[in-house]
Design a protein around this ligand. Structure first.
Ligand code: G4P
Length: 530
């Protein structure tokens, strides 16, 4: 099969949602449609165990499962067209971390799940911000229509207002909660009738050529008229679907359903495969890389630690950007200028191709790493390249590290630098005093760091609170102003593990005040890896 046809089949995406909106349930249903049914229980079980314990060691003991479920790959067919779908896990709940953000730098599109009773929630807003950095196309699923929730038009208005993305409904719900009758598919002109039940897949579908059809009244009773009025209203209010706008990330097609009842999920998956983009070009510092280039290239977006203290090996997840990966091939690790052979890559396989030994653009491979791979590293067959757009994200939570045995300062430094290279946590060293301030976006990252410092570096440390609430990397073209800023704000400045200077502020208000006062300084929310 040609490189191009392998690329065109692939859909690589992540799910963005707030905890409890239904991401796990939807994932399971998607996997069921993809025929990976045996995985479905595993997704739920994994989440349950993560809920039950905040002990990271215990969590990581199931690393077999967690590595496998970092990428859930499945095949899906629509008529004769075959798709290879890579669903990348976006950790939520307690294991929400910078990884969750970074996974979104490795996808080509995203599915957004919204709880119909809650509308847009904070975590979704944060994840959407990351999607916006690359204008990632978003398909929206409004979930839990079997429960009473917000009015559909109000949900759309909420999404448009909070996420600044135009919504275009592809299906429209008929009632909700106890009176939920199903959805009307605006594009296929079909009525999908709802029946509760987790495993049902064959919902009754009725083709409706014209909304004035009396069949509608027979099936829906008084709700038929309501549907007619709603659709009329929508035709005036909502913009029609526009593929270009969707691909540019400015319009999101919206589907309604109930994941737990497996209702509306197939329509969502079908439309997703049809509309979402296959792997496209990626920006590197040197040039744009096209997926159909013969040369293999890929970048590391996630490193998963293996807690076996005897072997400090980790798995580095690479997103392939071009060419073909073959098991055992040698690639160039450009940052350290070395050729590395990759005999034992984990290739995430589709269930019916048990002996896949190759991977293509859009696929994810896991490479065993003994500490030489950093987040953001690029591997290619030959040409020196450095992919961009896999940044560090400004931390949202801060802790000051307290070293219990002061003799271990060197080990502490080494451990913190390595852990920050893996993306486990961010490390800042204050200009004044040289204290270590850790920055994270998920609170579990702090527990992980203390546990790993002890297990892997034999360093006992704990935390004390800090006043910092916001961090921004700073740069300026005006050296004089920068020097003045550094002099005046010395006590609020710190260097990260790569030596980049950051301003740590006690509040968002103080940050925006400082930004206003210092127009020559640029305050960055993300920083590219060096
Ligand atoms: P998450 O991964 O986004 O955190 O959400 P998850 O799928 O775990 O769903 C959160 C809760 O919402 C679960 O209930 C799940 O069953 C429920 N849920 C998911 N989809 C729907 C839906 O379409 N309708 C309704 N009514 N509920 C839905 P739970 O009580 O927390 O867990 P469980 O014991 O039911 O698994």
């Amino acid at each position: 099969m040609s490189l191009q046809s392998e690329i065109e089949k692939r859909r690589t995406f992540g799910i963005i949602s707030h905890p409890d909106a239904g991401k796990t349930t939807l994932t399971e249903k998607l996997l069921m449609f993809g025929g990976a049914i045996q995985m479905a229980g595993a997704v739920k079980a994994r989440k349950a165990s993560r809920h039950a314990t905040s002990d990271w060691m215990k969590i990581e003991q199931e690393r077999g499962i967690s590595v496998a479920s970092s990428v859930m790959k499945f095949n899906y067919k629509i008529d004769k067209r075959e798709f290879e779908v890579n669903l990348l896990d976006t950790p939520g709940h307690q294991d929400f971390s910078e990884d969750t953000y970074r996974v979104l730098t490795a996808v080509d599109s995203a599915m957004m799940v919204i709880d119909s009773a809650k509308g847009v929630e904070p975590q979704t807003e944060k994840l959407m911000e990351v999607c916006r950095m690359r204008n990632t196309p978003i398909v929206t699923f409004i979930n839990k229509l079997d429960r009473e929730g917000m009015e559909p038009l109000d949900i759309l208005a909420d999404i448009e207002e909070k996420l600044q993305i135009e919504c275009t409904p592809m299906t429209w719900p008929i009632g909700m909660g106890k009176s939920f009758k199903g959805v009307y598919n605006l594009y296929k002109k079909e009525l999908n009738l709802f029946a509760a039940g987790a495993e049902t897949r064959d919902f009754k579908t009725v083709h409706i050529e014209d909304l004035s059809d009396p069949k509608l009244d027979e099936l829906l009773g008084h709700q038929a008229q309501e549907l007619r009025e709603n659709i009329e209203l929508l035709e005036g209010a909502a913009d029609p679907f526009d593929l270009e706008h969707f691909l540019a990330g400015s319009q999101s097609p919206v589907f309604f359903g109930s994941a737990v009842n497996n209702f509306g999920v197939k329509e969502l998956l079908d439309a997703f495969c049809e509309l979402a983009p296959h792997p496209g070009p990626r920006e590197a510092m040197e040039r744009t890389v096209n997926p159909d280039e013969e040369q293999f290239s890929g970048f590391c977006f996630k490193i998963q630690a293996n807690m076996d203290p005897a072997h400090r090996d980790r798995i580095a997840f690479f997103r392939i950007c071009s060419g073909k990966f073959k098991k055992g091939m040698a690639v160039r690790h450009h940052r350290i200028a070395k050729d590395v052979k990759i005999p034992n890559a984990v290739i995430f396989m589709s269930q019916d191709r048990a002996h896949v030994e190759e991977a293509y653009a859009g696929d994810i491979i896991g490479i065993h790493n003994h500490g030489t791979i950093k987040i953001g590293d690029t591997f290619t067959t030959k040409e020196p390249l450095k992919f961009t757009g896999i940044p560090n994200f400004a931390p949202e939570l801060f802790r000051r590290v307290r070293l219990i045995d002061p003799m271990k300062r060197k080990q502490l430094h080494k451990g913190l630098v390595q852990l920050s290279e893996e993306g486990a946590v961010q490390v800042f060293k204050t200009n004044l005093g040289g204290d270590y301030i850790l920055g994270a976006v998920g609170v579990l990252q702090f527990d992980v760091t203390v546990a790993r410092l002890k297990a892997e570096y034999k360093v006992d440390a704990d935390y004390v609170a800090t006043d910092f609430q916001v961090a921004r990397w700073i740069t300026s073209d005006n050296e004089k102003k920068l020097a003045e800023f550094i002099r005046l704000f010395d006590s609020a400045l710190a260097e990260d593990a790569d030596g980049c200077l950051a301003y740590l502020a006690p509040s968002a208000w103080k940050l925006s005040y400082t930004e206003e006062q210092w127009p020559d300084i640029t305050f960055h929310k993300t920083r590219e890896h060096i």
